[in-house]
Design a protein around this ligand. Structure first.
Ligand code: PBG
Length: 328
């Protein structure tokens, strides 16, 4: 004990004094079950391949996918999210709804590896079209909203048939949640969960993802993804997806949009997910490799910040590793 010559009744530092006390008063806790690990599967790949712009993340074969799904399950990760890259692409993205296509197969492989693990499949055509856009094009090269919707519906039923627990429509077409819900229900998939990429921004932070899926995109997605300047528009998208029957809504990317995330949690009566995207991953990985950041500390700080802002669950390429840190 030390005597003070000051009369300070309120001393916030008391609650920071030891690791045990800090743990006791922590307002936010990460839990492995809140984390979702995205995985990339490439058709016809002989061996897993490192993604240069996402050090530590790989494009998977069947065997390496199943291994990664086991590791995620062992670490207590809450779900896996799958993306597929086909061997051939066309203007419609028809491999997206091929029942024997790469993504439907990946869903089956993941379910086979860990039958209890929730499997989320991305519903979007950008990995499957030869122009790299998220839908089919009009003759003058714009993405045709209403012509794309039945393709999403078809793809959704195929992925639900393959065993997906949950679908993540990420194409930002107006009305997509309602059309997909109707198609799933008509096919008897009333229990398939819809995780709507509601407030998805036209972001430069998706850069490394393009390499991960060998994207063919030239140009950008600003005519369908949202303007980074807008928050009210993001809240409107969330309200529309809730009205159309979304079971979970999402804000993406996460770190530059924590204000949108926080406001979304106040508006939504369903869980809100946040996606820490490829470029956010790359920022910390490359800074850590350059010796500028303490990698583990900054990863956990970033994920804690997303949780503190209100996310119920976080999609992150660090899910398995962070889950191990949390339990190990
Ligand atoms: C679209 C999709 C994208 C991402 C997830 N789903 C790419 C895009 O919209 O351009 C990006 C994820 C990431 O950057 O980690 N299928």
């Amino acid at each position: 004990m030390s005597e003070s010559r000051y009369r300070i009744l309120q001393r916030p530092r008391r609650l920071r004094s030891t690791p045990a006390v800090r743990e006791l008063v922590a307002e936010t806790r990460l839990h492995p079950a809140d984390l979702i690990e995205p995985m990339f599967v490439v058709e016809g790949l002989d061996a897993p391949r490192e993604i240069a712009s996402m050090p530590g993340v790989r494009q998977h074969t069947k065997a390496s996918l199943q291994q990664a799904v086991h590791e995620a399950a062992d670490a207590g990760v809450g779900a896996v999210m799958l993306f597929g890259t086909p061997a051939v692409r066309d203007p419609q993205g028809s491999q997206g709804w091929n029942p024997e296509g790469v993504l439907a197969n990946a869903v089956r492989w993941a379910v086979e590896a860990e039958p209890g693990m929730p499997v989320i499949a991305d519903v979007c055509l950008d990995e499957f079209t030869d122009h790299g856009h998220c839908g089919v094009l009009t003759p003058d090269g714009r993405v045709d909203n209403d012509a794309t919707l039945p393709l999403y519906a078809r793809m959704s039923v195929v992925l639900a048939d393959a065993g997906a627990t949950m679908l993540g429509p990420s194409g930002m077409m107006d009305g997509q949640i309602g059309v997909i819900r109707e198609a799933l229900d008509a096919a008897g998939h009333t229990d398939t969960i819809l995780m709507a990429y509601s407030a998805k921004y036209a972001s430069g932070f998706f850069g490394p993802f393009r390499e991960a899926v060998d994207s063919q995109l030239t140009g950008d997605r600003r005519a369908y993804q949202q303007d980074p300047a807008n928050v009210v528009e993001g809240l409107r998208e969330i309200e529309l997806d809730l009205a159309e029957g979304a079971d979970i809504v999402m804000v993406k990317p996460a770190l530059p949009y924590l204000d949108v995330l926080n406001r979304a949690t106040k508006l939504s009566n369903v869980p809100v997910a946040a996606y820490v995207v490829s470029g956010e991953y790359a920022m910390i990985e490359f800074a850590a490799r350059a010796g500028a950041l303490d990698r583990r500390r900054c990863i956990m700080e970033a994920l804690t910040g997303v949780k503190r802002a209100g996310a119920s669950m976080i999609i992150t390429y660090w899910a398995t590793e962070a889950a191990r840190w949390l339990t190990g």
